[in-house]
Each structure stands twice: as structure tokens, then as C-alpha cells.
Design a protein around this ligand. Structure first.
Ligand SMILES: Nc1ncnc2c1ncn2[C@@H]1O[C@H](COP(=O)(O)OP(=O)(O)OP(=O)(O)O)[C@@H](O)[C@H]1O
Length: 555
């Protein structure tokens, strides 16, 4: 520290000069303050006089007085004389001020300013005229016999309306001759309505007809669990088709995944081992950047499941990297920058057919803009007449089979009310949501103590590792556990069979969280019950939240 100390020595006479100067300046300042005070009191008096004499002063006169006086105050003792003169001749001064002000400032309009007219936002045609999907999941409108468009290998006991509408549309769009591009689609259908099969089946059907060493379909999901769930469904339906499905999520080491998706051959160089890739957004970027030979230039389908969640928590800027990668591959192939002409369209690979899915897909045109959709079509379960203006663009639906209720109570009664449901009313297969992993843990311990071995309660939150979570879910499915207590980490997309009740022990933070929580029950046409426990002061917020739904009133 000593190295940085600098000692300065000054001439003592210099110091005396400095002190004199300072005291002079101080005196000057004091004088100025006194002058200002006097001037200020004079002006105040002046204003009072002017207001008394002019009974209806115009806004301009009054408001403009102030800056005029302000400039005078800044002046010297001459101004003081002026102000004294003003005191004796109030009338003359006031008129000069008025004249001056009106002369210098042009007044536009009066004080009654008109409010701007609100511009009424008009939704684009594709958003205001969606293909309508029913929320009644028990409707057996789509039976196996009717599915002329679906290959025999894929036929199952389909009874979902979203599948009935979306699958033929996707197949038809992809039958168009080259270079026509298919319309991209957005699907907003209730939880448990079978959205997964609505993209799995057409993709498998279209790809199974031509096997090659290219990645031709990619499904992007927000979290590992969902990616694993969707890849399982794909694997099931690809069984006899020769198509290979690979899951890319951070649950496996990167190196191992690289070996699964690319292989180097002497004759053809790098070839793809996977036809369909199911991945999380973050992991995808890692492969684009680090995996040699990994290319998406033959990508035919890009599915984004839980699209709103992916967009809200954008990982590694994945959409930018993906778009850039696809564009670059196209330019390398044709040697040209993409432009819109018959020739360039014929030479280029068309962009991947984008399919967006969610139970809470935002139908806000600005948000959807980011996906760069090509002449999109919307499939929505919200009533069509709700799409007239922008106020209705956030409406979501829950399945008809779901019974939704709420209970009001004091904070201290919450655990007792839950206990009453579980023990007195014999609720089994219950998923209970809290807002934090810690509260989930506390509630689990409490219920297990109260249950004395008769009630089997387990915790399921992001705090647990993957294998423990899988084990807990398995036990729940096999009825070894009656109640799962967890956080919103398990609210979205997870398909837990036979969950009869969903209890929101802590209220959901927003409408989307509510929709996904309650959507863990009442799936695929089965009846489900959802109960939200609310403290009195939480009622207002919850009701506000519920207004964004197009469902019936909550009981
Ligand atoms: N056609 C069908 N017939 C019978 N069951 C079906 C059919 N389609 C899907 N299911 C079943 O319905 C359940 C819910 O399907 P899925 O997970 O696709 O719903 P989702 O709409 O994606 O729900 P979420 O929005 O919660 O993700 C699954 O267990 C699935 O096996």
C-alpha cells in the first residue's frame, strides 16, 4: 500500500490566498441566497395579487409565470429592483407576463385533451378461424374401422378427436408434390387428449415408406422426463417399421449419444444412425455444435411439444442455432443463398414441416411469430366464437370429464383438510402439488406420521435424482403408494396412468400451471377430480386466473 502514498508539499502563502478566496466566495454565495429569498417572497405576493384580480386565469398564464420568474431569480441585484418595481405596479407586470407567455408559446387545443382511440387488434385469419377440436374425450367418433388413411400397422383403439383431425391433415399436406411446402400447424388441445399420438402416427406412417441414413424427424421437448416418455411412444410404434428412434437428453453421456446417432463409413462418409430424434432443446444445441457428421439437412418434420414452455424457458438459444444450421446446410447444398423463385425452390430441400403442440399454446400472434411458421393452420379446442378479438387469445380448456372444485380455509387448516380427503373420504391415487420442494417434503413427512402406516405418501420433486423419481412413479402406478406430493416439476405432460385426484395444496401461480396440474387426471376420457385448497386472501387471484378458461364455472 505504501507504494501508492504520495506526499504533497505546498507553499504556506499559497494556502492563505486560498483561504481568502474561499471566504470571499462563501460571502458571495450567502448574499445570493439572501437575494433569492427576498425575490421569492416578492414573487409569491405578486402571484396572489394576480390571481385575485384575474378571477379566471388561463392555464397558460399561470403555468408560464413560473419559468419567467425563475429566470429572473437567477439574475443579479438589478432584478431585485425590478421586483420592487413590480410590487408597486402589479397590473403592468402581470399583463407583460401574460403577453410574453402567450406570445412565446403557442397553445394547441384547450385543457380538455382527448384520449387516443384504442386500436382494435385484428387476429390473422388462421388464428381467428381454427379447426375446432372437442374437449369431450369420451366421444368415440374415431374408430379403427373409419381410419382409411392410417396404415394397418399403426391402427389402435383410437378415439381421440385431436388425432382424428390432425393426423389426416399432416398426411395430406405431406402428399403434395415437390416443391410445394406443407402448411405448418399449431395444436392447442386439452391435457390427456392424445396429442402425442397425433404427431407420432403420421410421422411414422410417412417415414416408414422410405428408409435412408438421414435424420428426418426431430421432436423437441422441454425436459428429460417428457423426452423419455415421447421416445418410448415412438419406439413402440416404430417396432416393425425399420425406423430407428434415438433419445438425446442429458440423462446419457454426450459421447455415448454421439455413437448412437452418427457413423463414419469409407464409401459414404458420415451417415446418420437415427431416423427420428427425440431430444431436449439444450442437448440438441450441444450436438449441433459438437457432434461431427451430425446434420439436419434432410429434416422433414420438426415437432415442438409443450411449445409454450420451450419458448418461455429458451435453452441455449436452440431455435436460432437450429434455423442457422438448416439454412447453412441448404446453402451449402445448392451453393446459393435461399431466395423465392421456382428454380431455387426446386433445387432446395423444403424447410421442415413444423408442428407445435401444447394444452396451453399461446395464440398470441406476436409469440407465434418467433417460430417462423409457413402459412400455419390452428387446431384449437376453444370455442370458435371466442376468437373474435385479442381478449380471447389466451383462453385454454380442460377436458369435459374433469370435475374442478376449490375449498376455502385458513392456512393452519390446510393439512387437516387434505388429511380429511385422504382418510375420511378414502381418496386413493392422489397427486398433491405444492409450490416448493421443501413444502413437499414437510407435507410428506406430516401425512406419513398422521397416516400411521395406513397411508403411503411419497415425495416426488426435482430435488430427487432421476432413478428415484422413476421408482416412485412405478410404485404409484402399482398402487404401492397412495399419495404423491410434488412440485410443478411433474405438472407438465407426464402421463401417469390411473391418477384419480389432483389436489393443489398451494394455489397454482398462473393459469397455465393450473391447467397442467389438473391435467394429470381426467386423461383419455377417464373421469378425474381436481381440488384447489385456497386461503381466503387467495380467492380473488384464483378467480381472476380462472377467467382465462373457457370451461364451465368452478364448483
Ligand atoms: N386414441 C387413443 N385411444 C386411447 N387412449 C389414447 C389414445 N391416444 C392417447 N391415448 C392415451 O391417452 C393418454 C394421454 O395421451 P397424451 O400423453 O398424448 O396426452 P396429451 O394430450 O399429450 O396430454 P398433455 O397435454 O398432458 O401432455 C395416454 O396414456 C395415451 O396412451
Amino acid at each position: 500500500m505504501d507504494l501508492f502514498v504520495i506526499n504533497r508539499y505546498r507553499d504556506p502563502e499559497e494556502d492563505v490566498d486560498l483561504i481568502n478566496q474561499e471566504s470571499k466566495q462563501l460571502q458571495k454565495l450567502k448574499q445570493k441566497i439572501e437575494e433569492r429569498k427576498r425575490a421569492h417572497s416578492n414573487i409569491k405576493r405578486q402571484d396572489v395579487i394576480s390571481l385575485r384580480e384575474d378571477k379566471a386565469p388561463s392555464i397558460v398564464a399561470v403555468s408560464k409565470n413560473q419559468p419567467e420568474n425563475d429566470t429572473e431569480i437567477e439574475g443579479t441585484s438589478n432584478d431585485l429592483k425590478d421586483s420592487k418595481a413590480r410590487e408597486t405596479q402589479p397590473d403592468t407586470h402581470q399583463t407583460t407576463v401574460k403577453e410574453k407567455s402567450t406570445f412565446e408559446f403557442k397553445v394547441l387545443g384547450t385543457e380538455n385533451f382527448e384520449k387516443k382511440i384504442k386500436v382494435h387488434r385484428v387476429l390473422p385469419y388462421w388464428l381467428s378461424h381454427p379447426y375446432s377440436i372437442s374437449t369431450n374425450l369420451q366421444k368415440l367418433s374415431c374408430t379403427v374401422e373409419d381410419l382409411d388413411w392410417l396404415h394397418d400397422t399403426l391402427k389402435g383403439t383410437l378415439r381421440s378427436e385431436v388425432q382424428e383431425q390432425v393426423i389426416p391433415f399432416v398426411i395430406k399436406e405431406n402428399e403434395q408434390p415437390h416443391p410445394f411446402w406443407p402448411h405448418d400447424i399449431c395444436v392447442s388441445a386439452p391435457t390427456g387428449s392424445g396429442k402425442t399420438l397425433a404427431f407420432v402416427l403420421p410421422i411414422v406412417q410417412i417415414l416408414m415408406n422410405s428408409i435412408g441414413h438421414h435424420v428426418r424427424a426431430m421432436i423437441v421437448l422441454p425436459v428429460q422426463e417428457l423426452a423419455a416418455q415421447v421416445s418410448k411412444v415412438f419406439k413402440k410404434y416404430c417396432t416393425n417399421t425399420g425406423l430407428k428412434v434415438v433419445l438425446l437428453s442429458a440423462s446419457t453421456p454426450l459421447r455415448k449419444e454421439q455413437q448412437q446417432i452418427v457413423r463414419y463409413t469409407e464409401s459414404a462418409g458420415w451417415i446418420s444412425e437415427a431416423d427420428i430424434i427425440v431430444c431436449t432443446a439444450g442437448r440438441l444445441v450441444e450436438h449441433i455444435q459438437n457432434t461431427e457428421g451430425f446434420t439436419l439437412k434432410h429434416l422433414k418434420f420438426l415437432v415442438i411439444d409443450e411449445a409454450d414452455r420451450i419458448m418461455d424457458h429458451i435453452q441455449n438459444d436452440w431455435l436460432y442455432h437450429l434455423d442457422r444450421h438448416i439454412k447453412l446446410e441448404n446453402e451449402l447444398m445448392t451453393g446459393k443463398v435461399a431466395n423465392l423463385s421456382w428454380n431455387s425452390l426446386s433445387e432446395q430441400n423444403p424447410p421442415p414441416h413444423k408442428l407445435l403442440f401444447s394444452a396451453t399454446l399461446s395464440q398470441d400472434p406476436e409469440k407465434l411469430e418467433q417460430w417462423g411458421l409457413f402459412q400455419p393452420k390452428l387446431f384449437s379446442a376453444a370455442p370458435t366464437n371466442d376468437f373474435e378479438d385479442e381478449d380471447s387469445i389466451r383462453k385454454f380448456t380442460t377436458p369435459d370429464e374433469l370435475v374442478e372444485q376449490y375449498v376455502q380455509c385458513n392456512a393452519e387448516d390446510k393439512p387437516l383438510i387434505l388429511y380429511h380427503f385422504l382418510v375420511e373420504q378414502n381418496w386413493d391415487k392422489v397427486i398433491c402439488f405444492t409450490n416448493a420442494a421443501q413444502s413437499a417434503h414437510r407435507l410428506t413427512v406430516l401425512l406419513n406420521v398422521w397416516g400411521k402406516g395406513n397411508l403411503k405418501v411419497a415425495e416426488l420433486s426435482a430435488a430427487l435424482d432421476r432413478s428415484t423419481r422413476d421408482m416412485v412413479l412405478k410404485k404409484f402406478t402399482q398402487s404401492e403408494i397412495n399419495v404423491l406430493v410434488g412440485t410443478d416439476a411433474l405438472a407438465r405432460g407426464i402421463d401417469i396412468p390411473d391418477c384419480y385426484y389432483v389436489v393443489s395444496y398451494d394455489p397454482p401461480r398462473n393459469i397455465k400451471t393450473y391447467i397442467h396440474r389438473v391435467g394429470r387426471t381426467g386423461r383419455a376420457g377417464r373421469v378425474g377430480h381436481a381440488v384447489t385448497i385456497l386461503q381466503h386472501n387467495q380467492m380473488h387471484l384464483f378467480k381472476e386466473c380462472a377467467r382465462a378458461m373457457c370451461t364451465r364455472q368452478l364448483a
